[in-house]
Write a protein that binds this ligand. Structure first.
Ligand code: SF4
Length: 511
């Protein structure tokens, strides 16, 4: 990127987020700003951070693991994946010991934890954050060369918060204005807890989708027009095929689940035209590697998916994303057409096999239909990644048993599972109507020095979390189907790699 004059924006994704694909928020912001004629350049400091660790402290095993995870060695099976991730983690564990910052492939936590912006700021001011080499090697040269008018620091995950606070401090010291934004900050704004401390640590914060940076009308979707973003620094993500984040919609077309924290986002369509224009000017060396499209939609709206299939198929790309396992995804031959157009994996929010609980929380799905969606998708060679949620208020032992029975019944069709214990979002309808459901939320910490996305609660004087954990460990021991699904499900890199792994009976993505 030589011979540059002044760049409008340098968009920085701070450590740490998964190094398998571009950070979606920062990537799409750079693509949307570029489509509006602004010169916005993306720098993925998180990828640089991980590769700095792997390349400096790594041994031969780490290099081999990286080659495997980039698809060079073949045999991209869940078992080999687990072994390769083990080597990377050995290197990250050594780094954690050296710095005192807990570092994994999807997390970075300072000694203070990640929930107190002012305590994180204090340790960054002491100079004990582990990014000095990263700034010297990557960030400072980029700032010197690009001379950005402003640096946008994109914070999508809690694991990026400490990295963001330190990066803002470093860039501000150089006299360059910064603005922080991103989905984590948007969510925290809704909770209102710790937001003053967040402002103190991050300086200027811009909420929303970034449209104001380009003077876009707030009623218009920022993602409606995209061009391939300019980048600086490395883009050799740890993945067998490159991954492109994209969304066919923002918000959720269902938008009714009582425990959903995202219901304030308006539902908007993003046309497939934006995908076409995004991929049209992607570098040739990138397109020739047949990218995998990560559809970021909260839930793929069946009509929008149907309309986008020709563009997805034309891109020659495989794709994956979240779909509601409800009647509408089963309508007509939508699943068949999706499979033929490259659908590699669908992520289904099954949640529970207790229909009464699903109705109580307005999930709009039922166990029979979920089972049919999983069966049909698997039969078409689409990988299925099912999400189960235990510990919902009102769940009893029988509900849990029914859900485990569902998993056992569909063990040949469920490729991966995510089992989580319900956490009540601070910002959701259920928290507002807690009393109706016999929920006693813990005291809210207004104005405290802690950010908070979830609210501890009890029902009938108890927290369901301990009981659910005990139940799940017993269920795993006594249910071979559940055990084999959980063994197959990689712990690291999650969805992008899961969509590409070799699974018997599912479509080949890498061949
Ligand atoms: S389907 Fe998902 S995104 Fe949509 S309302 Fe329910 S929980 Fe929220």
């Amino acid at each position: 990127m030589s011979g540059r004059t002044r760049t409008d924006f340098l968009i920085v994704a701070p450590p740490a987020c998964a190094p398998s694909e571009p950070p979606s928020g920062a990537f799409l912001l750079a693509a949307a700003l570029r489509a509006r004629g602004l010169e916005a350049v993306l720098l993925d400091l998180s990828l640089e951070f991980y590769m700095g660790i792997f390349e400096s402290g790594g041994d031969g095993q780490v290099s081999k693991a990286l080659e495997f995870l980039r698809g060079v060695r073949g045999g991209f099976t869940p078992q080999n994946h687990r072994t390769a991730c083990g080597f990377l983690h050995r290197s990250l564990a050594a780094e954690s010991l050296r710095t005192g910052w807990r570092t994994t492939l999807m997390d970075l936590e300072p000694p203070t934890g990640n929930h107190s912006p002012s305590r994180i700021l204090a340790i960054c001011e002491e100079g004990s954050a582990p990014f000095g080499d990263l700034y010297e090697r990557v960030l400072d040269p980029a700032l010197d060369e690009l001379k950005p008018r402003e640096v946008l620091v994109s914070v999508s995950y809690l694991s990026q918060l400490a990295g963001a606070i330190d990066a803002v401090k470093h860039i501000s010291r150089r006299g360059i204005p910064t603005t922080a934004g991103g989905s984590l900050l948007n969510s925290l704004k809704e909770t209102g807890e710790g937001s003053v401390e967040l402002g103190g640590a991050l300086g200027r914060i811009e909420y929303g989708d970034g449209g104001s940076l380009a003077g876009i009308d707030p009623r218009e979707s920022m993602l409606g027009h995209l061009r391939w973003p300019l980048t600086t620094g490395r883009t050799d993500y740890i993945s067998p095929r490159p991954v492109v984040p994209f969304a066919l919609s923002t918000g959720c077309f269902w938008n009714r689940c009582l425990f959903c924290p995202d219901r304030t986002q308006p539902f908007r369509r993003v046309g497939p035209d934006a995908l076409v224009s995004l991929l049209e000017d992607a570098p040739r060396e990138f397109s020739s590697k047949r990218p995998v499209i990560h559809l970021l939609d909260s839930a793929l709206a069946p009509g929008f998916l149907d309309q986008a299939l020709p563009s997805l198929r034309a891109a020659g790309a495989a794709f994956y994303g979240f779909a509601r396992p409800s009647r509408d995804i089963l309508e007509g031959d939508l699943l068949e057409k999706a499979a033929e157009s490259g659908c590699a994996m669908l992520q289904f929010g099954v949640e529970s096999a207790d229909g009464r609980l699903l109705d109580t929380f307005c999930k709009g799905t039922d166990p029979g239909t979920s089972g049919e969606a999983v069966r049909r998708a698997a039969g078409l060679g689409i990988r299925t990644y099912c999400y189960f949620l235990f510990g919902l208020p009102g769940e009893d032992a029988q509900s849990r048993i029914e859900t485990v029975d569902f998993i056992e019944r569909h063990a040949a069709e469920i490729d991966y599972a995510n089992i989580s214990v319900f956490n009540m979002p601070v910002n959701c309808e259920l928290a507002e109507r807690a009393g109706e459901f016999g929920i006693r939320p813990a005291h809210r910490l207004r104005g405290g020095d802690r950010i908070r996305l979830y609210l501890p609660f009890t029902t009938s004087g108890e927290s369901p979390r301990h009981e659910v954990r005990r139940f799940m460990s017993e269920a795993r021991a006594s249910n071979p189907g559940l055990r084999s699904i959980l063994t197959r499900t990689p712990r690291w890199f999650r969805a992008a790699h899961l969509a590409m792994l070799e699974i018997d009976g599912r479509r080949d993505v890498l061949g």
